[in-house]
Ligand binder design. Structure first.
Ligand code: UDP
Length: 313
């Protein structure tokens, strides 16, 4: 049985990781300051003997009594409207928070995993994006607070790996979706689903030709596990390489919801990446991982989750 700290443990991805580690018989300490995470995501784990929760901001010095085997740093606002709303927190948790979590892992002799992002590639000029592409990021743009914080976080993680010989992993996570995304996080999938379920206009930004490649949460969690238990310290892309334009995604969601919604076009936000698709050759070869859940299967489970959410809210 391993003892694991997950920062951002009450968030969308963090809470699914808590579930998986608990299911596998490990002990989990979830830490979250709840600015974008939610207690509802983990309330079913309260009272479990192997689970504990600490409401805390990991940009501060963090002391955890006892040993730790793994530190997973998932704390960060992660949707464009969240990091626009919390620009300084986003920069701090990616920089100071990563430093504190690395320091904790070093103190405990634990393995550290960083939740990095496809945003390190910015608005990419290479397509699909392999890990050795250095990216095209506007450091002073509105998304720069997230992109640059995560780029700094990767640099810091590699420095701890090289200088302190810390055992580290870097997951570059591409667009992921599933139950427990926030209804109001502003991202395309929760927004389109809630609009379609209520037969409201579906808001497509720009002309909708920009692309994304979306991965279902269960596949991502399996990828994180495989990376964690590998011994590979360089960054690994985790995402579903099946690419779709945003307009086609909106139409697919409208159809899967049996909705009468129509599409309405809105302004494209500043620095919105035009394309995004992971090259997952490394994940396939090094981890033996690739996504298994089809887009429609994943969307149907997510739609079910939001249908229930809308009923009770
Ligand atoms: N988007 C959209 N309508 C919305 C929300 C998002 O057309 O109501 C677009 C957004 O401009 C982007 C894509 O959908 O091109 C994916 O956006 P999301 O916020 O989900 O994630 P991103 O990949 O941009 O971080």
């Amino acid at each position: 049985m391993a003892r694991i700290l997950i920062s951002g443990g009450a968030g969308f991805i963090g809470s699914h990781l808590c579930d998986k580690f608990i299911q596998d018989g490990h002990e989990v300490i979830a830490v979250d300051n709840l600015i974008t995470g939610s207690i509802e995501n983990i309330e079913h784990l309260f009272g479990h003997p192997n689970f504990s929760f600490i409401k805390y901001d990991v940009t501060n010095y963090t002391h955890i009594p006892g040993h730790l085997d793994y530190v997973l740093h998932f704390a960060s606002p992660a949707s464009p409207i969240d990091y626009l709303k919390h620009p300084i927190h986003t920069l701090k948790v990616g920089s100071l928070g990563t430093h504190k979590m690395l320091g904790l892992a070093k103190e405990k002799g634990a393995c550290f995993l960083l939740a990095s992002t496809s945003e390190v590639y910015g608005d990419p000029l290479v397509h699909p994006q392999p890990e050795d592409y250095w990216g095209n990021v506007n450091p002073i743009g509105i998304r720069g607070v997230y992109d640059e914080a995560k780029r700094f976080a990767e640099a810091m993680t590699m420095a701890y790996h090289r200088y302190h010989k810390l055992d580290t992993r870097i997951a570059r996570i591409f667009n992921t979706f599933g139950p427990r995304m926030r209804i109001d996080d502003g991202r395309a999938i929760p927004t389109f689903i809630t609009q379609a379920l209520q037969n409201e206009q579906v808001t497509v930004f720009g002309d909708g030709t920009q692309t994304r490649s979306i991965c279902y949460i269960d596949d991502l969690v399996e990828g994180i596990f495989k990376l964690l238990f590998s011994n590979y310290a360089e960054p690994v892309n985790l995402g579903n390489p099946e690419e779709i334009s945003i307009i086609d995604l909106a139409l697919e969601i409208i159809e899967l919801c049996n909705s009468s919604s129509k599409i309405v076009f809105k302004d494209l936000p500043e620095d919105d990446p035009k394309v995004r698709q992971p090259d997952i050759t490394k994940a396939r070869e090094i981890l033996g991982w690739e996504p298994k859940v089809s887009r429609s299967q994943g969307l149907l489970s997510t739609i079910e989750y939001f249908r229930n959410k809308l009923l009770i809210s």
